[in-house]
Design a protein around this ligand. Sequence first.
Ligand code: NAD
Ligand code: MG
Length: 379
Amino acid sequence: MKVSILGSTGSIGTQALEVVEDLKGIYNIEVTAVSASSNIKLLEEQIRKFKPKYAAVFDENRARELKTAVSDTTCRVVSGQEGLCFIAAEADCDMVLSSIVGFAGLVPTMRAISAGKDIALANKETLVTAGRLFMDAVSEHNVRLLPVDSEHCAIFQSLQAGTHSELKKILLTASGGPFFGRTAADLVNVKKEQALKHPNWSMGAKITIDSATLMNKGLEVLEASHLFNVGIDDIEVVVQRESIIHSMVEFRDKSVIAQLSVPSMKHPIQYAFTYPERLPSPDKSVDFAALSSLSFARPDEHTFRCLTLAKAAGKAGGIMPTVMNAANEAAVAKFLRDEIGFLDIADMVETAMQKFDNIKNPTLDDIIAVNDEVRNQLK
Ligand code: NAD
Ligand code: MG
């Protein structure tokens, strides 16, 4: 199998390369292309280790530096949005791992689908903003779409126990994040260092903040609704503090099927790479006796308003999820620059959603234009 990795220097990208190493000799994966926004030091290490044919760097200056640094190798360095689209669509690969963070992943991922590449999808913002166009393209080009988000991989696995018409609802689990049990008053002055301390997962900064606000769960509700063709109201968020149950599905006979494993993103990445096969993994087994209990709760949507806002955007449909997502990306960036407080993130998302008129059935150009407009206004 040949894979091209969009975002190979990130949390998902580096773990995907570990999976490639883990599977050596059992299931050989050739890495055709690697890519980054600007971290050329790590990209150079990856080029020397995995010997890809191509490397794409979004930042043009950094791309030039990398070209010089790896001039003794056969790796061809491409740059900018065009470079990312090239390694998504033209590079000789069977599968593209879409693991760029945020809206920036949308166009390259759509190009990969049009080129007939199977997609391992980590980038949830892509489905949130362009879900209908994305899913239509997947069926039009007859490509396989394997979810890498751990909850969606769990749902995908659990759904194998029944048919779509037998499905009653999806139970999407959430860890609750670092601020579980806190009230809004407790959260007024929290700093990014506190928000960046996730209890169960080590991830990139943007998704870690989204996990603290519960926006991540909101984005995941929309992601699940597109991936599995279910209504927003048929997806119930359940807090599962230990992150051992990665999600569940309930069938109409009230039977609940769940997928459990230790919290490791290498599981969904490996399953996406080797599907439909299950291959050995170096991950630890769940030690139920040591765990002794699993705890559940309802999410507190009063305190964590981003979850409610995301669901409202999903129900409104059209361009609203794009507005919501763009406002959230802008707000999280501001929070990470210490320019706004933690609770301002939800306020910024809500204000943007109130301000923008909806567009039914937006085209990809509409989605790109509105994303730019919202982000420019909230810079
Ligand atoms: P990260 O910040 O660690 O890595 C992001 C990657 O994208 C890096 O390689 C970076 O160079 C690249 N990138 C960023 N902006 C870019 C741009 N404009 N052009 C080209 N490349 C760009 O993020 P992450 O935590 O790996 O998350 C990646 C995606 O996967 C996100 O959409 C996230 O929601 C999703 N996801 C992550 C996890 C996780 O455990 N980290 C779990 C589930 C889903
Ligand atoms: Mg997830």
